[in-house]
Design a binder for this molecule. Sequence first.
Ligand SMILES: Nc1nc2c(c(=O)[nH]1)N[C@H]1C(S)=C(S)[C@@H](COP(=O)(O)O)O[C@H]1N2
Ligand SMILES: [Mo]
Length: 518
Amino acid sequence: MSIRRGHLAAWGWAALAGAVSGGLFIAVAEIVALLAAREADPLIAVGSFVIDIVPRWAKELAIELFGSNDKLFLLSSLGVAVFVAAAVAGLLELWRRWVGFALFLVAGVLAVAATVTRADASPLAFLPSALGALAGAATLRFLVEALRRWRNALDGERPIAAAVDRRRFLLLTGAGAALAVLAGVGSRLGSAATSSIAAVRSALRLPAPASRVLVPAGAELHLPDLSPLFTPNADFYRVDTALTVPSVDPSGWRLTVDGMVESRVELTFHDLLAMGLREYAITLTCVSNQVGGNLVGNARWLGVPVREVLARARPRHGADMVLSRSVDGFTASTPLTALTDPGRDAILAVGMNGEPLPLEHGFPVRMVVPGLYGYVSATKWLTELKVTTFAADQAYWTPRGYSPQAPIKLSSRIDTPRIDRPLSAGPTKIAGVAWAQTVGIQKVEVQIDGGAWQEATLAAAVNADTWVQWSLDWNATTGSHTLAVRATDRAGRLQEERRTPIAPNGSTGWQSTLVRVG
Ligand SMILES: Nc1nc2c(c(=O)[nH]1)N[C@H]1C(S)=C(S)[C@@H](COP(=O)(O)O)O[C@H]1N2
Ligand SMILES: [Mo]
């Protein structure tokens, strides 16, 4: 096809460039949605918006015509509409520079509006449509500019330059189309894989545990703005090195125990459940938690002691570490004794707060070890326990500046009052949590405006592995106040006052916070 004939062909190529850019818009948005904001797929959001505004007769007609494929029909028509609009944007861009580009941005703004106004929108919901629109707009601008050069070379009777420019435009357009198809197919496969695991998880019924956590009366203070004793799964902090949540089907899951063992052991999910489940209350803490931070959470975990699994493989003399490995490549180095010590409830967990582990928290099996920071113990999507030595093996974070061994440091936190919550003068409560996993909390003290340390009231402890809530009555007076907190564990050790950073093995220091009253 030659452009020369009345420039008719140029318009066709511009429409194609527009369609390819539209495809990239959608594909990029899908990929970003998969990675950053799953609920913010723009096609789904715009589709839902259409469903919300379309008159009832049209919905009924669609159901009548297409039955249960009505959603598919809606999404396909939407897809066709996007390509038609994008082709038009290509034509406009050839007519006047930046016009098609602007049209893409307008489409992006509309898609962002449709996604961020949905009920389940997360703070990142704007991202897929925004990045998709930018990618599409930039591609369109680029392709149509290449087309323009080709046309100008033809108009200027420069056949060699025209051939070069033609080749360049076709290559770029082809590459754009290939990229859009690849990204689109990849994101579809990715989301299909994970959503089917979500379905497997919700259909899963774990056997009843042989024992449940006993929560003593008075363990939960029920104060407004105080962290609940057990952190709901949806609010539980997350720390991942992987960009996407791995999909592990329990029916295909295997745990291999190997390395320095008398016999290599392989367990299925069913084998693990058959070992008998118990419930354990354990407070998980991240090494990256700053003093006063929220990378800490408490849960009831359903699981099997790691020592029972290790006993089947019989670790060899000389081993001092277990390198636990995730399907995503993450590894943690845990002292062997922390896993075999009958006095410490190191477990392979399959349940969290009465449900199978959420996908984000390691479904179907993760490790949880009381008293050790997550990066040296709490491997999610667990697949292997390699019995080894600290001399022979390194975990994921070790070469990245963190200690190979890292017990959780005794710490305490003020949850309320907070500077960002209005507080009026009068009687109130200062309250928070304190933790010293495996040892327990003996005392929490609060200091107001640099005065004497006052002992707070401790809630009943569930066990030594969980945090405890604490509170102190305070008659708040108008003005600014500084509140500080420190804890003492049951071994009589006072929380370290000196402030140290999180690297290499956890922050220290007493939290001190400013509040405003009145
Ligand atoms: N596979 C895998 N497991 C992992 C991590 C990870 O990045 N990948 N992070 C670890 C860290 S640093 C912590 S603090 C805990 C956090 O567990 P959570 O995300 O369930 O709160 O998991 C640990 N297990
Ligand atoms: Mo962590």
